[in-house]
Design a protein around this ligand. Structure first.
Ligand code: GYE
Length: 323
């Protein structure tokens, strides 16, 4: 057989494979048979300003991409996400996207999606699984790097002994695990920086306030709060004020996200430093979904670009801030 013919047969085979692997049930024009892509999207919940902005971004982007969105809010419970994903599989959606509330416990349900030929896109948060064939791609931030940026600011902007209390995100969630890890990695260079108390505030304002109230009672000499998101930092501000101390001055505060309320507190001097985490993932998600459903190749990992903010930078950025 000539090389040309072999290559031609190879190309046809590849195209056929791509067509099969691309989207199973829905690849040939949507589950409704109307050519429209249907996406089942399981959101974590509505726990923070970040989440609200992320939900809006996904909904707006679906609309402008002409993708029909089946949106389901899991209220921060894995069991609700498992139910939602199983119902998407039953409905034979073309693609499933979800932001896993915790890292582990997804293999079984994702195998069901795989067997049904429905591609899965992870967005915002990652899963912890050895089987990377269970999802097409993961779109979201590098949370370890975010933790490192928070740690670096602390190392660069303090001297001598520093007592840190940490408000962790949801237990078992990728951003909580990774933001802790990145932070610890960097502050290890300064043995005089100590994390004297650490607890989950579940990424909510109420959680951050409650845990901070307890820390203020149980832990003397708190110099710094490291909160895994703005909302918990804002809750901590309330607790610090109620205890008669000045947030940002008596106790310094570092947070992650850079949503409007956080940026406002930063501009006011009540927060000292914010590491940005971008929630506007909608357009990229819809682009990836279209490609995956069409059987096109996509990168296995798409990392979001992010920056950091000092109070001056927050003042400058606030007027243009979208979320
Ligand atoms: O930082 C926090 C939200 O997964 C990146 O979840 C997201 C985090 C975000 O509740 O505010």
């Amino acid at each position: 057989m000539s090389k040309k013919i072999t290559a031609a047969i190879g190309a046809v085979l590849l195209a056929a494979l791509a067509a099969c692997g691309g989207g199973g049930a829905g690849a040939a024009g949507g589950s409704q048979g109307d050519g429209k892509i249907t996406m089942g999207f399981s959101q974590v919940g509505a726990e923070s300003g970040w989440r609200t902005a992320n939900t809006k971004s996904v909904q707006d982007a679906a609309k402008s991409a002409g993708i029909e969105l089946q949106f389901s809010d899991a209220q921060q419970k894995q069991e609700n996400q498992l139910k939602a994903i199983r119902s998407f599989i039953q409905q034979k959606v073309d693609v499933i996207a979800f932001s896993p509330v915790v890292e582990t416990g997804w293999d079984a349900v994702l195998l069901e999606a795989k067997r049904a030929g429905i591609p899965v896109i992870l967005t915002d948060r990652a899963i912890d699984s050895d089987d990377t064939s269970l999802y097409a791609t993961f779109l979201g931030s590098d949370f370890v790097e975010e933790g490192r940026k928070a740690g670096k600011w602390l190392v660069d902007n303090t001297q001598g002994a520093v007592n840190v209390v940490e408000l962790q995100g949801t237990t078992g969630a990728a951003p909580a695990i990774d933001r802790k890890e990145g932070f610890e990695e960097v502050i290890a260079a300064r043995p005089d920086i100590k994390v004297v108390a650490t607890q989950s505030g579940d990424f909510t304002r109420a959680g951050g306030k409650q845990v901070m109230e307890a820390f203020l009672k149980s832990t003397p000499d708190i110099d710094v709060v490291y909160a895994h998101n703005d909302d918990m930092g804002l809750g901590a501000i309330e607790a610090i004020k109620a205890a008669g101390k000045k947030p940002g001055v008596d106790i310094k505060i570092i947070t992650v996200d850079a949503v409007k309320d956080g940026m406002q507190a930063l501009a006011n001097g009540e927060i000292n430093f914010i590491v940005e985490c971008n929630p506007l993932l909608g357009d990229q998600l819809m682009d990836l979904a279209k490609k995956v459903v069409a059987g096109q190749e996509v990168p296995k990992r798409v990392v979001t670009e992010e920056t950091t903010f000092t109070p001056e930078q927050a003042k400058a950025a606030l007027p243009e801030r979208q979320y």
